[in-house]
Each structure stands twice: as structure tokens, then as C-alpha cells.
Design a protein around this ligand. Structure first.
Ligand code: HXC
Length: 514
């Protein structure tokens, strides 16, 4: 009995040493900055009593240079599984309070073991990143560890959802792990991410820069596009993880969490008609349209600050999870440019691998004309959209609200990209180009002689060549619908296409223009 008591005593003492190694003062200072400890992050993610740690006692045998006699609880990373709602999730959390959360051989082994569990069992991975990078004392072992983690990031890609949450430093090659995952969340004030920081940039290029300019959440969310969501603090970041998981399946063999118990009833929304401005050159408020189409007006917008000329995000329509892709006419008239094409192509592929139906809402004047666009490779970037939409085998519904011109008509998931249903509002204009530009080219001579005929010819062009009925007469459009019926039409069409199965020629993978 005494022996057992001693043994239990040892167990609990060891556990306490590992789990409570941060002083209350240090913890309070972290909380004051909106940060949680590595273990608190795990505790806040999982339902109470569901977390099971893997390898709590594993750590590097700290005898090498500068580490002799050092305690390295959990080797600077907490790894394990738990439940978020009904969903099993695997998570690791780097502990900056243990040698700056740096990665060495054992830390990598712990992370890889967890990733293999996620892969075998088919559960999402969440990675809390807060680390000084490769543990210098462990040399090539640290580099090799990173290599293994990257390899498993790629193995998991498209099999289970992977969410990176950057809550502290993430520098050097370490930054590749988050961007190899499906989504990156980053806190606004405490995190930074770069390959080479200000000091190295100064030494190599002579140019002076700041951490904010090359590594802040704000920069990555709005300029580089590396980050999908900015969180105000750690609690907000964890709330975003949970919100994101609520739209995702456990793995690629399962459906996302549709709620098919929601009955579909006739839903007529006459108010949505007022969102179409009378003048076709006035921009339509696409966010307002989306709010009226989706359940409770709720959409989790992804990449909200990046390429704001387009909108992508997750929502539900009568309980069915959809990935919404839309032009945003309020920014650059909703035209497609380099970043917009990347944003859409990436999102479409994410939805496709996780069996999430796509809803594309179109009001697009075209690809953005410009020297920078052409020299930047808009042909290659725009082609990513065609490749992504054409490759996607999930249900694809498209609604053309207003303009849909030229190549952008095809790039916004027209019938030719094998959209299952293409609806058009009566205000839709589907043509090679806008009416005014077309009339200028087609009627140059007539307009020279009688410039007053411009309005009449423009009207005539709209009716004859650009009308949704012209497209519908050729069966490029499934139906022309009253905007008031859109939500109901989509709810029905989604249920009816959910069982879609499409076989494609066997191949390793397509060769998307990157
Ligand atoms: C080993 C490290 C370390 C590292 C920090 N420490 N970084 N130990 N390897 N990479 C140790 C410190 O010596 C210190 O130990 C403790 O962790 C806390 O670090 P501080 O510097 O006191 O903390 P702070 O002031 O908050 O600064 C944190 C930091 C800074 C910004 C992360 O430590 C730093 O710049 N570290 C170097 C980061 C770096 O260059 N990493 C390599 C990136 S390249 P004591 O004994 O004082 O407690 C990379 C390659 C990946 O990662 C390759 C993948 C392919």
C-alpha cells in the first residue's frame, strides 16, 4: 500500500512539474498581453475532460551544448487528441516557455507521431505555433525534424483539414509548416512570421525594414495572402478554430456537417430585389446579398482582408454547408486580378477536397486590364480559376446577378466549367464585353454619322446579345429567376445535387498552372 502511495506520489509530482512549470507572475504577464500558455490553449480548444496527451514525459536528453542539466518539460510541445463538439481533433501546442518552444528531434518526433494518428484515424489537425524555430543546439537533427513535419503536412493535405494558429514567433523555414496547412490564423499583436527578418534583410540587401512590414498578421492577411484570419488575441483565435471546424468534415471521405433536418420551405424574399441598383454602373452590395441568401445571415469569410474585390467563405443554406465564391463590386468593380484569382482558386480546391458544395455569385466586369497584371502573369493566375473550377467534382451552383463578361464569365464557374445549375437574375448581362464597349466597336461608322443613336444601339445590344434570355435560349442558363426566389431555389438545388458522383480520368494529379 505504501509502495503504491509512493508510486502515485511520484506520478503526480512528475505530472505537476511538467504541467505547472510557469510561474504565476509570468502567466499573469502573458494573460495581460492576450496570450495563454501552451496548455491553456489546449484546454480552451477541447471539451472538458476529453484531452489525452501523447508523450507527456518525452523530452530531449539535454546534455549537449548549453542545455546540460536543463529541464525541458514536454520538450516544448504538448501533443494529443480531444473532442471539439462531436469531432475528434488532434492538436499540438508549442510551449514558448521551454527553450522558446524550439524544435529539435524529440519535438519533431512527438508532432509527427500525432500527425500519423490524425492521418490513420482521419481527424483534423490543429497546430498552435509559438516557437523560436530550429533548436540551434540540435543542428541538423532540428532541420531533419522540420523536414519530417513538412512531409506529413503534405501527406495530410487533402485528407484531413489542417489549421495553423500562429500565436508567437514563426520565423525562418519554420514558416513553411503553417502555409502547407489549409488555413492560417494569426494573432494581431503577438505573432510574426517571415523567412528572413529585418536584420537579415538589412545585412543582405541594405534596406531597412520593420517586423510589421515583413511579418505582421495585418501584412500577411492583406498583402501577402499567407494568413486567412486575424485574431485579436488567443481566445479569439481558438474561437475561430472552432467556428472553422463547424463547417469542415473530419476527413475527405466524409461530408461536412450539413444539418439536413432543416426543412426546405418556400422562402420568398422580396427585399433582396432592392439590392439591385437601378443604374447598372452603380455597384451592388454583394455582402448584403450573401447575408440574405444564407442561414441566419452568417458567413465565415475567409481571406476577408486579401483581394477584397472577391469574397470567399463558408455558410449554410437550409442546413447545407456551402463554400461561397463571389465578386465584390464595391472594390475594383469586382474585377478579377492576380490576387483574386489565387484567392478563389485556392478556396475552390479547399472546398473540393473536403466535399463542400460551391455557390458562385457573379457580378464581374472582366479581368483587370493593366501592364502590371499582364507582366505579373494574369493569364497564368486566371487559368488557376478555370483549372480549379473545372477540376472540382462537388455540387457547383452559379447565380449570375448582373455583369458576366468575357473570360471572367467562364472563370466564375459557368456551365462550361460543369456547373450543375446556372441561374440568372433578370438583371444579368452575359456577353463578350459590356454593352457600351461593344457598341463602340460594332457601330463605329453609324455612331460617327449619328452619335445620338448610341443609347438606342446600346439598349438593342443588351436585349439581343447580352440578355439572360439569349443565354437561356441556348440553354447555357438553367433558368432565369426572380431574385426573391434565389434562396429557396438554391436550397432545393443544393439538396438535389448533394448526391452527385462524378468520375474523372485516373491520373496522379492535374498540372495546375502555379
Ligand atoms: C535554441 C533558443 C532559440 C533557438 C531562443 N532560444 N531561440 N535556443 N535555439 N533557435 C532560447 C534563448 O537562448 C533563451 O534561453 C530562451 O530560448 C528564450 O529566448 P529569449 O531570446 O530570451 O526570448 P525572447 O527575448 O522572447 O526572444 C525570442 C526570439 C529570440 C525572438 C525567438 O530568442 C530569437 O530570435 N531566437 C532565435 C530565433 C532563430 O533565429 N531561430 C532560427 C530560425 S531559422 P535561456 O537560456 O535564456 O532561457 C529556423 C530554420 C528552420 O528555424 C529550418 C526549417 C527548414
Amino acid at each position: 500500500m505504501t509502495l503504491q502511495n509512493d508510486a502515485l506520489n511520484t506520478l503526480y509530482t512528475r505530472r505537476a512539474k511538467i504541467t505547472q512549470h510557469i510561474s504565476p507572475e509570468k502567466l499573469a504577464a502573458m494573460h495581460a498581453k492576450g496570450m495563454l500558455s501552451a496548455r491553456e490553449r489546449i484546454d480552451n480548444l477541447f471539451a472538458v475532460g476529453t484531452f489525452q496527451e501523447l508523450g507527456m514525459h518525452a523530452h530531449h536528453n539535454a546534455v549537449s551544448f548549453g542545455m546540460a542539466g536543463r529541464e525541458l518539460p514536454t520538450d516544448g510541445v504538448i501533443t494529443g487528441t480531444g473532442y471539439v463538439g462531436n469531432m475528434q481533433v488532434a492538436a499540438f501546442s508549442q510551449d514558448f516557455q521551454v527553450l522558446a518552444g524550439t524544435m529539435g528531434k524529440m519535438q519533431a518526433r512527438k508532432i509527427v507521431r500525432l500527425m500519423r494518428h490524425a492521418l490513420r484515424v482521419g481527424v483534423p489537425m490543429v497546430a498552435f505555433k509559438d516557437s523560436g524555430g530550429a533548436r540551434i543546439q540540435e543542428g541538423v537533427d532540428a532541420l531533419s525534424g522540420y523536414g519530417d513535419v513538412f512531409y506529413y503536412n503534405v501527406m495530410l493535405s487533402g485528407v484531413v483539414p489542417q489549421i495553423a494558429v500562429v500565436l508567437g514567433p514563426c520565423a525562418g523555414g519554420a514558416a513553411y509548416s503553417p502555409v502547407l496547412m489549409d488555413f492560417v490564423i494569426m494573432t494581431r499583436h503577438n505573432a510574426y512570421m517571415f523567412l528572413t527578418g529585418p536584420e537579415v534583410i538589412k545585412a543582405v540587401t541594405g534596406r531597412t525594414t520593420t517586423m510589421d512590414e515583413v511579418g505582421s498578421a495585418e501584412m500577411h492577411a492583406s498583402v501577402s495572402g499567407n494568413v486567412h484570419f486575424i485574431a485579436e488575441d488567443d481566445h479569439h483565435a481558438i474561437a475561430l478554430v472552432k467556428n472553422l471546424l463547424s463547417y469542415l468534415p473530419q476527413n475527405n471521405t466524409e461530408d461536412p456537417p450539413h444539418d439536413l433536418s432543416v426543412p426546405i420551405q418556400e422562402m420568398v424574399d422580396v427585399g433582396i430585389r432592392d439590392l439591385v441598383p437601378d443604374d447598372s454602373s452603380d455597384p451592388l452590395d454583394m455582402h448584403a446579398v450573401i447575408r440574405r441568401l444564407v442561414d441566419r445571415g452568417e458567413m465565415l469569410e475567409v481571406h476577408a482582408s486579401f483581394a477584397r474585390n472577391v469574397i470567399v467563405g463558408f455558410a449554410r443554406i437550409s442546413g447545407v454547408v456551402v463554400g461561397v465564391v463571389a465578386n465584390n463590386p464595391m472594390v475594383m468593380a469586382g474585377a478579377l486580378d492576380l490576387d483574386a484569382a489565387d484567392k478563389i482558386a485556392r478556396f475552390v480546391r479547399t472546398c473540393n477536397v473536403y466535399n463542400i458544395p460551391l455557390l458562385t455569385l457573379v457580378d464581374v466586369p472582366g479581368f483587370l486590364p493593366g501592364i502590371e497584371q499582364e507582366r505579373g502573369g494574369i493569364i497564368r493566375h486566371g487559368a488557376k480559376m478555370l483549372h480549379a473550377f473545372a477540376s472540382a467534382t462537388v455540387p457547383k451552383l452559379t447565380v449570375i446577378l448582373r455583369k458576366s463578361y468575357g473570360g471572367s464569365y467562364l472563370a466564375m464557374c459557368s456551365q462550361e466549367m460543369r456547373a450543375d445549375m446556372v441561374y440568372a437574375w433578370p438583371s444579368a448581362e452575359i456577353a463578350v464585353m459590356g454593352a457600351e464597349a461593344a457598341v463602340k466597336i460594332l457601330y463605329r461608322k453609324e455612331l460617327k454619322e449619328a452619335p445620338e443613336r448610341k443609347a438606342e444601339l446600346t439598349r438593342q445590344y443588351r436585349d439581343e446579345f447580352a440578355s439572360p434570355y439569349a443565354a437561356a435560349a441556348n440553354f447555357y442558363i438553367t433558368d432565369v429567376i426572380d431574385p426573391a426566389d434565389t434562396r429557396w431555389t438554391l436550397a432545393l438545388a443544393l439538396r438535389k445535387t448533394l448526391g452527385k458522383r462524378e468520375l474523372r480520368p485516373g491520373k496522379k494529379h492535374g498540372n495546375m498552372p502555379l
